[in-house]
Design a protein around this ligand. Structure first.
Ligand code: ADP
Length: 281
C-alpha cells in the first residue's frame, strides 16, 4: 500500500505483509480456554452485553465451564446483570476473576473500580491494553467456553482484540432499524479480514409478543435478520423479542433466571466452532 506506516497494530488492511504477522497473545499460563467467541455490534445500546450474558447463561446451564471477558472497558455492564458487585482480587500480573451464583467466571472494568459509577476516561491505547490484560493476566483456569463482550464498532479497540486473542468465531448483534445492513457489513468484513468465522447474527428487540393476543408486533421495523444472514452466508439467526421481564432481570442482577431458547440455533453453531488448541497457531 502506498501510504503504509508499517504499524499493522492500528491498521485493518488485509495487505500481503499482514498475513505473515501474528499479534496473537497467549492467555495466562494457568488458563486453558477451549473456545472463545466474540460478541460484536456496530454501535452501543443494541443489547450486546445482554446477549453475551444470555449465551453464557445457556452454556453454564448445559454444564460447560463458562467465562465472560468484558472488553467493553468504557461501558462495562456484565457483572451488574448477574448481581456481582465485588472487586476482583489478585497479585501483580495475576488477577482472579469473580464468579456468578451459577459459577460463570467473569472480569469487567467494574470489578476493578472502587465505585462502579466512576467513568473510565482513557485514550484508545490504554483501553485496548486493559482489554488484552483481561486475557493475558487473568487466571481463568480451565474454561470450556469464553464469551467476549466486545467494544462496539470497528475502531482501534475491537481491532486490537480481534488481532490479539485467538477466536473460534464471532456473533453479531443488531436491531431491526435503518442502516443495519451497512453496520452488519462492517462487522462481517472486520471478522473476515481477521479470518474469524461469523457464527451467527442475533436480531435483538426484533419484535414484541403481545401477552394478551400473542401476536408479534415488529416495533422497530420489519425483521431483516434472515435476509442478512443469507446475503452474507451467516449460518445461524436468532430473533430476540423486546421483553420487559428481561430488563427487570438484568436490572435486579438475576439474568441467570432468563429464557435463552431464542439463542438455540446460534448456540449449536458455537458448539461446532473451532477449538483453540494452540493459542499461538
Ligand atoms: P449494549 O451492550 O449493546 O450497549 P445492553 O446489553 O447494555 O446494550 O442493553 C441496553 C439496555 O437495554 C439494558 O438495560 C438492557 O437490559 C436492555 N435490553 C437489551 N435488550 C433487551 C430486550 N430484548 N428486551 C428488554 N430489554 C432489553
Amino acid at each position: 500500500m502506498a501510504n503504509c506506516t508499517h504499524d499493522c497494530g492500528t491498521c485493518a488492511s488485509a495487505c500481503g505483509s499482514r498475513a505473515k504477522t501474528s499479534f496473537i497473545k497467549p492467555p495466562h499460563k494457568n488458563s486453558k480456554i477451549r473456545r472463545v467467541v466474540a460478541v460484536t455490534s456496530g454501535k452501543g445500546g443494541v443489547g450486546k452485553s445482554l446477549v453475551t450474558s444470555l449465551l453464557a447463561v445457556r452454556a453454564q446451564a448445559m454444564g460447560l465451564k463458562t467465562a465472560i471477558l468484558d472488553a467493553d472497558i468504557t461501558g462495562p455492564s456484565i457483572p451488574r446483570g448477574f448481581g456481582v458487585h465485588e472487586l476482583a482480587s489478585g497479585t501483580d500480573g495475576n488477577i482472579l476473576p469473580v464468579t456468578s451464583k451459577s459459577g460463570i467466571k467473569m472480569i469487567s472494568m467494574n470489578n476493578l473500580l472502587e465505585h462502579e459509577d466512576d467513568p473510565v476516561v482513557w485514550r484508545g491505547a490504554l483501553i485496548a491494553g486493559a482489554a488484552l490484560q483481561f486475557w493475558t493476566d487473568v487466571v481463568w483456569g480451565d474454561i470450556d467456553i469464553m464469551f467476549i463482550d466486545m467494544p462496539p464498532g470497528t475502531g482501534d479497540v475491537p481491532l486490537s482484540v480481534f488481532q490479539s486473542i485467538p477466536l473460534s468465531g464471532a456473533v453479531i448483534i443488531t436491531t431491526p432499524q435503518e442502516l443495519v445492513e451497512m453496520i452488519v457489513k462492517k462487522n462481517v468484513n472486520m471478522a473476515r479480514m481477521m479470518n474469524v468465522p461469523v457464527l451467527g447474527i442475533a436480531e435483538n428487540m426484533s419484535y414484541f409478543a403481545c401477552p394478551d393476543c400473542g401476536k408479534r408486533h415488529e416495533l422497530f421495523g420489519r425483521s431483516k435478520a434472515a435476509e442478512l444472514a443469507e446475503k452474507y452466508a451467516i449460518p445461524a439467526v436468532a430473533r430476540i423479542p423486546v421483553d420487559p421481564a428481561l430488563t427487570a432481570l438484568a436490572d435486579s442482577g438475576r439474568l441467570e433466571e432468563a429464557e435463552t431458547d431464542p439463542l438455540a440455533e446460534i448456540f449449536s453453531c458455537i458448539l461446532a466452532s473451532r477449538e483453540i488448541k494452540d493459542p499461538l497457531n
